[in-house]
Design a protein around this ligand. Structure first.
Ligand code: EPU
Length: 339
């Protein structure tokens, strides 16, 4: 049996990138699947598993147990002609893993550089950036069911990935801890993806015409550092809202008044509109209320300037949703898990 002690009345402030103070009645970090099972045997419910805490907003104390997934390890588990499968512990830091892949000349995750959070949290919202989503390299994952301690494998179809979405945000929400994720990375003939406008422009600024995997990663790090606040300095959870997908008729209606409205057509005939643009038009960009506000360089990001409560951030978020709805008739949906 593994040694396991559950701490009492623990502050969660260091464990969420928003930097919100909330307390857990019981708390433990688990380093292995066995330790997790042991913790689950002892843990008062409800149980919440935290990874990097980069997609959660605490608006109240957690009445049961918070378990922090600290299961580590990066291992090549299969080799093919031009690919390898890599299994990564759910508690590994996502960007540390990306740096490992880049250092080993393995392609596929370089566009996802510098995304905060853990590997185990990556499939939950199918992290994505600069034209790539986790699902593009995903093979499968191992998870432990919190109610029973049983292991379960999820294939790619079983995860039901969508835009910032998966089965772990819907039918299976809060029911599993993801202990490892297996990804397929290329070892040769890697197709660099610089289709997203900002990347091409940044590589040109860096005077790179034939980019390597490491160059693309460096460009993404440069863009993100310039646009997004560093959670170690200003509390935040990245994009607070999803970019809305609307029927083309809504787009055309808004375009009559705002011809410059940016948008991207989707294969299903609908269009995606950047929520950051809608929020900026409503006058929220850079606006501060108390200890919280809408980030000055990217309106999609809400920030904690220090000492904000989760309730304050939530109130701001819903004021933004209401104002965008009143102005454009579009209802924004939070991407962050509000607890
Ligand atoms: N825009 C504005 N004002 C703003 C922000 C954006 O007008 O304050 C408009 C601009 O027209 C810009 C367009 O929105 O061209 C797109 O902006 P950006 O490239 O910054 O991307 P985004 O749509 O705002 C999404 C993701 C980010 C991801 C970037 C790059 C979502 C919810 N967010 O943001 O993901 O890094 O694309 O791929 O899809 C995250 O999920 O936490 C995240 C940061």
């Amino acid at each position: 049996m593994t040694d396991m002690t559950l701490a009492q009345n623990t502050s969660l402030l260091p464990y969420n990138t928003f930097g919100i103070e909330a307390r857990a009645a019981r708390y433990a970090e688990v380093q292995s699947a066995d330790a997790l099972r042991e913790a689950l045997r002892q843990a008062p419910h409800p149980v919440l598993v935290l990874g990097g805490g980069s997609n959660v907003l605490f608006t109240r104390d957690w009445p049961g147990t918070v378990l922090r997934n600290n299961i580590r390890g990066i291992e090549v588990v299969r080799r093919f002609k031009n690919r390898v499968w890599v299994r990564i512990g759910g508690g590994e830091n996502w960007h540390t893993f990306v740096q490992w892949a880049v250092a080993h000349h393995l392609g596929g995750v370089e566009n996802l550089s510098l995304i905060p959070g853990s590997v185990g949290a990556a499939p939950v919202q199918n992290i994505g950036a600069y034209g790539v989503e986790l699902k593009d390299v995903f093979v499968g994952l191992e998870a432990i069911e919190l109610a029973t301690g049983k292991s379960r494998h999820f294939s790619r179809p079983a995860c039901r990935f969508g835009y910032r979405d998966s089965v772990f945000k819907k039918a299976e929400k809060g029911r599993y801890c993801i202990t490892s994720v297996t990804l397929s990375l290329s070892t040769g003939n890697h197709r660099i993806n610089t289709s997203y406008g900002d990347i091409g422009k940044t590589l040109a600024d860096m005077q790179i015409s034939n980019p390597s995997i490491a160059d693309v990663s460096a460009a993404v790090v440069r863009i993100r550092t310039a646009k997004l606040p560093d959670p170690a300095r200003i509390g935040n959870c990245g994009s607070f809202f999803k970019n809305p997908e609307v029927p083309r008729s809504i787009l055309e209606k808004i375009q009559q008044q705002y011809p410059a409205l940016p948008h991207y057509g989707l294969p299903n005939g609908t269009v995606k509109i950047p929520a950051g643009w809608l929020i900026e038009q409503c006058g929220w960009k850079g606006k501060r209320t108390g200890n919280t506000g809408c980030y000055e360089k990217q309106a999609l990001v809400l920030v904690n300037y220090g000492g904000a409560t989760g309730q304050e951030v939530k109130t701001l978020a819903y004021a933004i949703i209401e104002s965008v709805e009143n102005t454009f008739g579009i209802q924004l949906e939070p991407e962050v898990n509000i607890l």
